[in-house]
Design a protein around this ligand. Structure first.
Ligand SMILES: Cc1ncc(C[n+]2csc(CCOP(=O)(O)OP(=O)(O)O)c2C)c(N)n1
Length: 545
């Protein structure tokens, strides 16, 4: 059934309870990617799904195989990524008896999936697969779990059952707020458009809306790529480490038009909230549970972003207020928001890495990131022009996401150049997947910012704990070039900024998995940084006005 629906790749790791599935895989067209740790099977399926915009599938055996999937599934759930997680289970008749490798996977995964099926009778399997496929993609996307007791997947199914039709309940929509939204847009003198991950499939409509209203645009981490970085009125990312021009514009706005963003604490901080308390909010979202969290007067439009924007554009017509003064103001903020990225310093400045990397990113490139300073530097400085070109773990902030999600993206779109930006902490959580990348011939380029520390945590200790560094020193003993070679990949060490561009270019064009280890400055901070406590001032440096 998955094959019929277009699944061409499954990321997994076998064990006794899923041997029947592995046996069937031999006779199917589906490619199986054997990972080195199940967490990475879920991250790879996640990267595949984000890059290709179709469900990713991961597969693990019962017990420890299933528990190893948990972080990867939670990551996909938190970022609304469509995934199907198949887990083996002990025989239906042994459930609850503490059989070998039994775990209550259904309960374990229920809070981090949109739905969880336990197939106690194989005749219900087609129903579960068919619904899972629909549920993971419809409305707010997310993972669905199917638990498969081994005796059931070992038994035969009546072919007639496969012909049955299954349906899921249509989505509820409420577009009744459109007229009020139009009124608010026409009254607004200082609107901003906040674009989140929910707008990823509506980038054309977002651009039409942005150009029609002329309102400045800012994105969340998940919204990167939904609006091209090169669009003049794109102020860049909002958030804890966002751009000061976007942060300042939001604070001065009288109307925030949010498209597929959920006002998370990392994007829309207590700092921002304090400053723009009186701003109104037009909130377009497919998930009604996200409405009202921001505490502003609001109009909520419960709908898919594409549909809501099409209606809104039509209802606005050409009666658009003149906001040229506001546009000039925010553009002057944008001009002041410039940072030096050309430093020749050694150890290398992470900003310089982003500058050099940025020069080689084209439409055929996908960038994934890990979590930490490396991720925030990538978000802050890379120019991303297309939807689904930038893949990062937002809400769950999962270290170790970068490399496996890159491998998943490469499996999804083999013609793309896939580059992952990572730190030495996160990379070492999943470093074994270099072996998967090499063995399965899914080459990716790893841009490793090796600062020898858990940089993001260290940065917080530096600023909030008076430089009392605790538990953040990774030491500088690991030779990543040798480790890369040990896995059959290419390893390159960069000490000088001038060597960066050629090294990245060569790696990307080589068709081989390459780790580019760049010794970076542990003292470099990603700024600005907005403290969680709004009474503490924003920490800035020379490039934040
Ligand atoms: C699995 C996991 N454990 C812990 C954290 C908390 N955390 C967030 S960023 C960070 C440091 C990351 O260090 P590194 O990978 O070296 O990247 P850097 O910040 O130096 O770029 C830590 C420990 C996390 N996000 N995920």
């Amino acid at each position: 059934m998955l094959e019929d629906r277009g699944t061409d790749t499954i990321f997994g790791y076998p064990g006794g309870s899923v041997i029947p599935i592995y046996d069937e895989l031999l006779d199917s067209s589906v490619r199986h990617i054997l990972v080195r740790h199940e967490q990475c099977a879920a991250h790879m399926a996640d990267g595949y799904a984000r890059a290709k915009n179709m469900p990713g599938v991961c597969l693990a055996t019962s017990g420890p195989g299933t528990t190893n999937l948990v972080t990867g599934i939670a990551t996909a759930y938190a970022d609304s990524v469509p995934l199907i997680a198949l887990t083996g289970q002990v025989a239906a008749g042994s459930l609850g008896l503490g059989a070998f490798q039994e775990v209550d996977a259904y309960s374990l995964l229920m809070p981090i999936t949109k739905h969880s099926y336990r197939v106690l009778d194989v005749s219900r399997l087609p129903h579960a697969v068919s619904e899972a496929w629909e549920i993971c993609r419809m409305g707010r996307k997310g993972p669905v779990h199917i638990d498969l007791p081994v005796d059931q997947i070992n038994s035969e199914i009546d072919e007639e059952i496969l012909k049955e039709e299954y349906g899921v309940k249509p989505l509820t929509e409420d577009l009744s707020g459109i007229n009020e939204a139009v009124k608010w847009i026409r009254e607004s003198k200082r609107p901003v458009i906040l674009v989140g991950g929910g707008a990823m499939d509506a980038s054309e409509e977002v651009m039409r809306f942005a150009k029609l209203t002329g309102a400045p645009v800012e994105t969340t981490l998940m919204g990167m790529g939904a609006v091209p970085s090169s669009y003049g009125m794109n102020l860049g990312p909002l958030g804890l480490h966002g751009r000061m021009c976007a942060i300042t514009a939001t604070r001065e706005a009288d109307l925030i038009i949010s498209i597929g963003s959920r006002f998370s604490d990392r994007t829309y901080s207590a700092h921002d909230r304090m400053e723009c308390r009186d701003a109104k909010v037009i909130h377009i979202d497919i998930d009604p549970t996200e409405f009202g969290k921001h505490g502003h007067p609001c109009v909520n439009i419960l709908s898919d972003a594409k549909k809501a924007l099409t209606r809104l554009i039509c209802a606005l017509g050409n009666r658009i207020p003149d906001i040229s003064g506001w546009k000039q103001t925010v553009l002057s903020y944008k001009e002041r928001c410039t940072c030096r990225t050309d430093s020749d310093s050694v150890p290398v400045s992470p900003r310089r890495v982003m500058k050099e990397l940025g020069e080689i990113i084209d439409d055929g490139t996908i960038v994934t990131t890990d979590v930490g300073q490396n991720q925030m530097w990538a978000m802050h400085y890379l120019k991303i022009e297309k939807p689904r070109q930038f893949i990062s773990s937002g809400t769950f902030g999962t270290m170790g996401f970068g490399l496996p999600s890159a491998i998943g993206a490469k499996a999804a779109l083999p013609d793309k150049n896939v580059i992952t930006v990572t730190g030495d902490g996160g990379f070492q959580m999943v470093i074994q997947e270099l072996s998967t990348s090499v063995t399965e011939d899914l080459p990716v380029t790893v841009v490793l910012l090796n600062n020898g520390v858990l940089g993001m945590v260290r940065q917080m200790q530096k600023h909030y704990r008076g430089k009392r560094y605790s538990g953040v020193d990774l030491g500088n003993k690991t030779d990543f070039v040798t480790v890369a070679k040990g896995f059959g990949a290419v390893g390159v060490r960069i000490d000088k900024p001038s060597e960066l561009r050629d090294a990245i270019k060569e790696a990307a064009g080589s068709g081989r998995t390459t780790v580019i280890e760049i010794k970076t400055d542990a003292e470099a901070d990603i700024l600005p940084m907005l403290p969680a406590d709004p009474s503490i001032p924003i920490i800035k440096d020379g490039c934040c006005f």
